[in-house]
Design a binder for this molecule. Sequence first.
Ligand code: URA
Length: 243
Amino acid sequence: MNKEEKDLNKMRLNKAVALSGISSRRGADDLIKAGRVKVNGRVITDLSFKVSSDDEIMVDNKDASSKELKYILLNKEKGYITTVKDELNRKTIYSLLPEKYKNLKPVGRLDRDTEGLLILSNDGDFINRVIHPKNKVSKTYMVCLDGDFNTKVINYIKSKLKSGIQLDGALRKADSIKEIASSGSYKAKQCIFEIVIHEGINRQVRRMFQAVGYTVSSLKRTKIGSISLSSISREKYKEIEKN
Ligand code: URA
């Protein structure tokens, strides 16, 4: 590549750091401003600084060269913690994946006893886009409740969750909620709902149902945006291309 071609291929430093998977582009801005990013051995705090593929980028003195971006769909089983390392040595989601995916980060979390779709990636911008509520990326859950149900109770649950529950200082609403099944038509002992939300505060779905008097007996995430758990079929995980 001659100098002109290299100049054309230059990109903003924050983009290059984000492509390394270390952070999102906005997170990279913070790292740059804090003086934690070096280019060819020199600390750069100028947010408009551009780099080419030949430049050596370090964050906190660790290599931050661009990596191939990866996206994994995982069908999480119950009993696994969504964390990179658990201090209590409990089983983590990484024990469901081959070693080569250990550097990928989960896109949001599922509780230990929640199963279903989890995406892992090293694309910081993508992770931020999916989890930030302002982008309204929908997350769909199948919720199983035990208790006494009839049409009145079911309608009450639906209308309360649609109008919103006060949790952690804000009103959390279901974007949509529908009853999928209840065992027996008159007085059911179990009821399954499909609920769609676009936020992901801690144990949000369980707490929303708790607030209307029901304990969730099983919870499964079936979709994130348009990506469906069924696309994994029976495998435990699958690598996908991002369009
Ligand atoms: N809501 C919950 O309560 N738990 C999860 O794991 C995900 C959403």
